[in-house]
Design a protein around this ligand. Sequence first.
Ligand code: BG6
Length: 479
Amino acid sequence: MENNKFPKGFLWGGATAANQLEGAYLTDGKGLSVADTMPGGKKKFEVLKSKEFVWTIDEATYYYPNHQGINHYHHYKEDIALFAEMGFKCYRLSIAWSRIFPKGDEQEPNQAGLEFYDQLFDECLKYNIKPVVTISHYEMPLHLVTKYGGWKNRQLVKFYEHYARVILTRYHKKVHYWMTFNEINGAFHFPALSQGLVPSNGSLDKQMIFQAFHHQFVASSLAVKIAHELDPNLKIGCMILYATTYAFDSNPKNQLAALQENQEMNYYCTDVQVRGEYPTFSKRLWRKYGVEQPQFEEGDLALLRDYPVDYIGFSYYMSTVVDKVSTTATSVSGNLLGGVANPFLKASEWGWQIDPTGLRIALNELYDRYKKPLFIVENGLGAFDQPDEHYYVADDYRIDYLRSHIETMAEAIEDGVDLIGYTPWGCIDLVSASTGEMSKRYGFIYVDLDDQGQGSFARYRKKSFYWYKNIITTNGADL
Ligand code: BG6
């Protein structure tokens, strides 16, 4: 397909998160994060959902893939050189909070942690790659959970504020694009990752979940405030898990259910962070879960109103289907979401329903609602790769997935959407967030490592590496 619809300066790149690739989990003064206590394996979420789970490391029972990740901590120069070879304009990464504040509640930051990210950003800038930084991506310091109980505790707002101030102050001349919390709304389904809540410390109590959201909203606005005081031109966004949500059929009851699912999953957090106020449907949503309005402190609502985000970052992997009426639909799950099977879509090997048209719908819906720039900061296909004897992977399935999504992005731009960038997830193979597997690969770069952590850690270019390089070179014109 020929098109020249992508604007000049479009931010082509790739995305990762510290806990899923850095490894070196105790190196240079890093403290433990919540991710460091999460075991690998397909049953990861079952383990985290069980009443027995406590925030500790039990190496006799479990393997912890994040501890070594893909050892990006020691390979970052090589990895960034490969991103540069593809022509990346930007690179989305996260700062591991517990490298900067090992426990989270210290006054003084860890200098070695700060220096590491200075070097990482300098390496990106050397190739004119703009870093895009997530302040908190599923990796809060463990101590903030074991001592303070996670985000349900208001005290986390001040620890996050201090952390955000330190990193924004230190790096704002090197980093122009920021995001406050990864997939903040994912806590509706899985509060362990972003709120530090599991059954043993409050996740079964929805009041705690909504209170934790409120604290995160306040913390997010404080980060926006700090950023804009440092430099009004900095761009600081939210980051939501967006799944286009359809009704199973034209039964009005299903249509209403889909609307309400959309309000809850896609818009509750986004409305607060983008519009600066709680949405009109909030009271009904709280009632649905039998909870009271979260506790607000004086000044909170003014802060939310005065410091909304500048852009909307979102992940998009799949769409979902809501059915409250029919008995014929079959349940599916994926990317922390539930729903029923869509008979018009195929799914990935992990059951995530592939829907490029849904991305065009998402872009239109988000832009119509908020009129703020959009940034797709995650998208991609998790798949088993079969390298040949030279470790080359002919991943045409991944190319097909990405091409079909980029095509609909181009259409959405024609629809009038202000889309500023695209960073496919796991641009280099890394540890899966939902299963802890290495074998669920997204990358343009193959990493020789298996689910038990065995392998040489060597990096190899896949077929998609060359394909994506050409996409960037032609600014999306040659798909
Ligand atoms: C998003 C997360 O939910 O999806 C990433 O922000 C995650 O951290 C990505 O890795 C893909 O999910 P998974 O479970 O396939 O790694």
